[in-house]
Design a protein around this ligand. Structure first.
Ligand code: ADP
Length: 434
């Protein structure tokens, strides 16, 4: 699709907020950005660099203190009717049904009667929630709640969909699914939506969705770099071309976060889900009791009394360790998963250690420890994690690494000294402290 007329434009926009202590915080400085018809633009960059602020300015929910925001060349005056917003928090009213939540935007625009009913039914159908019209938000999974969020935005048939981390609160499987559907909605002329602006923390998500990716820098927020992404839709997440785009964007982001001179772009790492060892063994234990050692994620979540998102994180950890596979929404115990559960405690730890050593993040930790002749300061690891995973709280990820590393007798941690130690990796079996 060739981008057309400029729809939205920020011209030299500066935005400041007055903080409770009386000081001013400059969230954006001199930002100029145009969004054209038919485009999908992703705004990425470190937390706090003003991406959401710009999105709200585009929506007409706030006015800039300097500069202008234009829609089709006209200064915005109040909330922009041509746009609808989708939020990470879903922003559903718990006391309203799905249909009533979807109707909210229409109500605000004075659409009543049969026209409203039709628009609600159509939007609910578009996001695949037929049959759930009378359900309440608390009866829905995270993914379904966000479908309601999308339906509410789509009901008003907006020309522009502004999305603020719409998949951020969802588990990866659901997010992937919903992402593809958003591309379909955008490509389907019947929805009326022809332009998307999305704020995202995920490099993969930006590359999957956007034709243009705008990288922000902070202090104060400014546009740092733009990257065009010519890959044809629908995009194949695991293709080499896709991976190459992801690497390019990752390199730009890393350079944004690091002081000059920027070192060579580090390799891409996979974070380890922040779950406890006992949760993973609990999942495997439970799968053993089920026919064929398998079951859908939501059922497992229900059986084990945890929420869906938590269950998904546990499943991803088990998957990274090779103990389950996840064809579709089904979680299937692998042969290795059965074997590890049949082992005694010591053997189980040995196997876990060997598996962790192959997980890229643990492999990197071990490499750092070897470089440090067997020990490294917590601070150093935390700094490393912050660079690789700017959007995951480093302390919490660190605590997970320590828990798993200790369990598998791969590392030990001295909290008082703030140091991590490598337990004799080469001859791990002998070095193990019983
Ligand atoms: P991002 O979306 O890139 O994470 P935001 O646009 O949410 O960044 O925020 C940019 C900066 O402006 C942050 O420091 C944030 O705390 C501040 N900020 C945003 N909205 C307000 C507000 N209404 N009042 C005060 N500070 C705000």
């Amino acid at each position: 699709m060739t981008p057309g007329t400029v729809l939205l434009e920020a011209q030299h926009v500066t935005q400041r907020f007055r903080l409770p202590n009386g000081q001013n915080l400059e969230a954006l400085r001199d930002v100029s950005l145009a969004v054209r018809e038919q485009e999908v633009v992703a705004l990425v960059g470190p937390s706090g660099c003003g991406k959401s602020t710009l999105l709200r300015l585009f929506a007409g929910l706030a006015r800039p203190v300097e500069g202008k925001v234009l829609y089709r060349g006209q200064s915005l005056d109040g909330v922009l009717g041509a746009a609808a917003m989708v939020f990470q928090s879903f922003a559903l009213l718990p006391w309203l049904t799905v249909a009533e939540n979807v109707a909210m935007g229409l109500e605000a625009r004075g659409v009543y009667g049969p026209a409203r009913r039709d628009a609600v039914a159509r939007a609910i159908n578009l996001v695949g929630l037929d049959g759930f019209e009378q359900a309440y938000p608390k009866e829905l999974s995270g993914g379904m709640k966000q479908r309601v969020g999308f339906a509410r935005a789509l009901a008003v048939a907006p020309e522009i969909l502004l999305m603020d981390e719409p998949f951020g609160a969802l588990d990866p499987l659901t997010a992937e699914n919903l992402r593809s559907q958003v591309v379909d909605l955008w490509r389907d002329p019947a929805t009326g939506v022809n332009t998307l602006v999305i704020v995202t923390h995920s490099v993969e998500e930006a590359v999957f969705l956007a034709g243009r990716i705008v990288v922000f820098g902070s202090n104060p927020g400014h546009v740092r770099e733009e990257m065009t992404n010519p890959l044809p839709y629908p995009r194949q997440e695991r293709s080499p071309e896709f991976e190459e785009m992801v690497d390019r964007l990752h390199a730009i982001l890393t350079a944004t976060l690091l002081p000059e001179p920027a070192p060579a772009a580090p390799q891409r790492l996979v974070p380890f889900p922040r779950v406890h060892v006992s949760e993973v063994t609990g999942l495997l234990d439970h799968l053993l009791t089920r026919p064929d050692g398998k079951g859908p994620v939501f059922e497992l979540a229900e059986d084990l009394g945890v929420d869906y998102d938590r269950m998904s994180a546990v499943v991803r950890a088990a998957e990274q360790l090779g103990w389950v596979t996840t064809p579709g929404e089904i979680v299937q115990l692998t042969a290795a998963g059965r074997e590890v559960m049949a082992m005694d405690d010591a053997a189980r730890k040995d196997v876990t250690r060997a598996r962790l050593a192959k997980q890229p993040l643990f492999a990197r930790l071990v490499a750092m420890l070897k470089e440090g002749e067997g020990a490294v300061e917590d601070e150093e690891v935390l700094a490393d994690l912050t660079i690789y995973f700017p959007f995951i709280p480093a302390e919490s990820l660190f605590a997970t690494l320590v828990e798993w590393g200790r369990y598998a007798e791969l590392v030990d941690h001295d909290a008082d000294a703030g140091r991590l130690m490598l337990l004799g990796w080469e001859g791990a079996a002998e070095a193990r402290v019983e």
